[in-house]
Write a protein that binds this ligand. Sequence first.
Ligand SMILES: *Cc1c(COP(=O)(O)O)cnc(C)c1O
Length: 367
Amino acid sequence: MSKVTETTLEIDLNALRQNYHFIKSKLKPSTKMLAVVKANGYGSDGVIIAKELSSLDCDYFAVAYAGEGVALRDAGIKTPILVLHPLPVNFDTIIDNKLEPSIYSLKMLRDFIAFADSKNQKNYPIHLKFNTGLNRLGFIASEIETMLQHIAETSSVKICSIFSHLAASEDANETIFTQNQIDQFQHISEEITTQIGYQPIRHTLNTSGILNFPEAQFDMVRCGIGIYGYGNDPKFDKELVPVLSLKTVISQIHHLREGDTIGYNRKGQATTALKTATLPIGHADGLPRSLGQGKASVFINGKAAPIIGNVCMDMIMVNITDIECNEGDEVIIFDKKHTAEMLAEQMNSISYELLTGLSSRIKRIIA
Ligand SMILES: *Cc1c(COP(=O)(O)O)cnc(C)c1O
């Protein structure tokens, strides 16, 4: 790997393939795989990820919003795309781009049917989302009858899948709650299948669901963070390979005297003579301010360099007193060894937030 010369997010497609195959190895041969590529592929590059996964015959993609699906269609992705959180204002965009909406309320169902009718659609694929305990989006079981009546009265839409989302699939202390969600979903599926006379694709597992509740894979699973190399559990992290590495370079080195201060509001203090490096990455790139003042470190020539003082918008300063290094040297913010999950912990967060917060001004390359 050649050294980076500016702040760069490296995307390792070998790692992506390895994670994809690892997740597939947990599934029955008949279980379909939906890869979640929302939020620009969890902060990476949604198009690069989707192209690679479609070459592996991934069955489905999911995005959160319609615009994210349009970006994939514009890039030539032909795989079916589920839009997890469509809004009525996007119905036009959805149908124009052959995106498949998650329908989560009776009002939305009526509105979408009316819209599909007005566009002369026949059997447009829709996905019915059920709330089994997350209390975020979804129908409840008592709405099934009305829902199915609406669908029976039209030929413009067809139920392609039914699904639900687990609230705490990564949490071993919440197994009873999760099992109850799975059981509710099973009952809902049976009721719908009996009434409509065919079986839509059923899916409820996210990454931690796949790993912790493999018996509940139904017909398809929705894998997000796992394909990017994080398993929400040290036991599964060992089997997965982080796809993303964030690297930068040293812009300038300073030799400070005892008593000097570093950065805004003088929050960095040189209590002895210090050597610092200024790096071209800051909170506008998605490195939160909460990581400043010694909370987190970056890695230079294999050694930890703590962030000193406040994180600026476009820069951080790090303590390199004990590190042999030069201006222009490479700096690791996170990689396969010093993972995004570890850095996220220092900001009291999770890999999902750190990755999806990486701003668009960071250069993305395929490593
Ligand atoms: C984001 C999301 C997923 C993916 O979850 P991971 O934990 O990243 O695997 C699956 N389903 C829904 C409904 C989601 O919103």
